[in-house]
Every structure is written in structure tokens, then in C-alpha cells.
Design a protein around this ligand. Structure first.
Ligand code: 4NP
Length: 163
């Protein structure tokens, strides 16, 4: 069984969206995986996802209303097999917590899953418009669908570790 963690800054916009979409795909495809999400910051610990993220996901048939934000902790490096970050600054924040330890987790950007290099990050929609939230949904969905195919076909989930 794969244990997968999605990471962003606040754990209220992008990573809970990835968690919710992946939980949906897990059910639809009967995937043997465990999924969670976390933020590198402490800004929103204990909060529900951002209302704009919840609303946009609901419009697309994904329920995020039960998710609660938590902060990334050092034990996540050993608890999870795969850690997918949303952007380069999330990766930098994760690297700062690593302390040169050997981790179980393989770490990469979520957008590394795209075959076509069409996006290098999942952009932060926090200060954006409703359109930005929809664009983030579609991008995260595309990445999660590729992740699902890789899991179903028993292919490597991460080709190139970020560090
Ligand atoms: P997220 O978005 O990292 O996708 O959850 C953000 C949420 C909150 C903040 C920044 C980004 N903030 O500065 O509070």
C-alpha cells in the first residue's frame, strides 16, 4: 500500500484539494492507498479548507468539507512513502525541516507527474479570483488522474526525486 502526503503552505487551498480529489479517485478505482495533506506553515492549523476551495470543489463534485488543516511534522518523512509538494517554495520549506536525515519518503513536485511539462507548479490561488480556483482544480485533477494511472499500472510514482 502506498502512503501519499500532499503538501502546500497553508493546507487550506491546494493540498486539501489534492487530498479530496485523490480520496474520490481512490474510491472510484478501488486504490490501495492512504492519503493525507499538510501545510508547512502553522497559519491555519485546525481550520477547514478555504471556503472558495470548498465551493469550487463542490461545483466539480468533490467534497472537502470534512478535512481539517494540520502542519507538516518531521515524522511525516518516515510515515509516508511519497510526498508531493505544490510549488518550489514548499519544497524549500520541506528541505529546511529535513536536517540531512535519511527519509523513507520520496519527495517531488506534484506537477512532475505531467508528461508534457505544461506546468511547473500548482499556483497559490489564495489571493486570486474564482477563475484561479477553477484552474487550480483542473490542474490538480490532471495530476491526480496521472497518479491514479501510475498506481493502477504499478509504475513508479516519482521518476526524479527532488532531493
Ligand atoms: P495553500 O494556500 O498553501 O494552497 O493552502 C495558502 C493559504 C493561506 C496562505 C497562503 C497560501 N496564507 O498566507 O495565509
Amino acid at each position: 500500500m502506498h502512503k501519499i502526503l500532499f503538501v502546500c503552505l497553508g493546507n487550506i487551498c491546494r493540498s486539501p484539494l489534492a487530498e479530496g480529489i485523490m480520496l474520490d479517485l481512490k474510491q472510484k478505482h478501488n486504490l490501495n492507498i492512504q492519503i493525507d495533506s499538510a501545510g508547512t506553515s502553522s497559519f491555519h492549523i485546525g481550520e477547514a479548507p478555504d471556503p472558495r476551495t470548498i465551493k469550487n470543489a463542490k461545483k466539480n463534485g468533490v467534497d472537502l468539507s470534512q478535512l481539517v488543516a494540520r502542519q507538516f511534522v518531521e515524522s511525516d518523512f518516515d510515515e509516508f512513502d511519497f510526498i508531493f509538494a505544490m510549488d518550489q517554495s514548499n519544497l524549500t520549506n520541506i528541505a529546511d525541516l529535513m536536517n540531512n536525515k535519511i527519509n523513507k519518503a520520496q519527495i517531488a513536485l506534484l506537477t512532475d507527474l505531467l508528461h508534457d511539462n505544461s506546468a511547473q507548479k500548482v499556483p497559490d490561488p489564495y489571493y486570486g479570483t474564482a477563475q484561479d480556483f477553477e484552474a487550480v482544480f483542473q490542474l490538480v485533477l490532471r495530476c491526480c488522474e496521472i497518479l491514479t494511472e501510475r498506481i493502477k499500472n504499478k509504475r513508479p510514482l516519482i521518476h526524479q526525486k527532488s532531493f
